[in-house]
Ligand binder design. Structure first.
Ligand SMILES: [Zn+2]
Length: 198
């Protein structure tokens, strides 16, 4: 039986996505063996992130500065905006290195089942960004799920009379597929072959 402290650490790690009690125990043992190197590094990295973590007030990305690194990057195409459900989707798309514009994180998807309404998502701030002008293309990069597509449809309707070109990711995304789980090649293909929203 491990000490209370070790049990607490194991339980905390076991809650991480992709980990369970078994992997958590293995990770804890691994860290204990490397107390002076890996454990210290992990503690310092966690503390540093905890100190500096902020949500970007422009796009909703999570970063260590506000506005985030993407919003502040002058090399980014200011005229293209990619709308995603979650920060994880933003990171997944950005890893594919094909979309050079900026992002807008909705913070979820419309869902009658979970009671998520338009006012629960960052849709007003999206409309405000587009209202400010200077944006030519809005890429609706919702997940290929029913709720994702409902959300995309809702936003497309809201933007109907705005002077922006609406595009969406190409099919080839697996139906029911979540962006975060796709490999970069599939994502890159979906961005490259993006098509107008009809
Ligand atoms: Zn940002």
């Amino acid at each position: 039986m491990a000490s209370q402290e070790i049990e607490t650490l194991t339980a905390a790690l076991a809650r991480l996505p992709g980990l369970g009690p078994r992997s958590a125990r293995r990770a804890v043992l691994w860290l204990i063996k490397r107390r002076e190197t890996s454990l210290v590094q992990l503690v310092e990295a966690l503390a540093a992130v905890r100190e500096s973590l902020v949500e970007c007030t422009v796009c909703g990305n999570v970063d260590t500065s506000d506005p985030c690194g993407i919003c502040r990057d002058p090399r980014r195409d200011q005229r293209a905006l990619c709308v995603v459900e979650e920060v994880a989707d933003l990171w997944a798309l950005d890893r594919a290195h094909l979309f050079t514009g900026r992002y807008h994180v909705l913070g979820g998807r419309l869902s009658a089942l979970d009671g998520v309404r338009p006012e629960d998502l960052a849709i007003d701030s999206l409309l405000a960004r587009i209202e400010e002008g200077g944006i030519d293309e809005v890429l609706l990069a919702m997940n290929a799920t029913l709720e994702g597509q409902t959300t995309a449809h809702y936003i497309a309707e809201k933007l109907e009379n705005k002077p922006v070109r609406l595009t969406q990711l190409a099919h080839g995304l697996p139906v029911g597929g979540e962006l975060d789980y796709l490999d970069e090649g599939t994502l890159a293909q979906a961005i490259r072959a993006r098509r107008p929203v009809v």
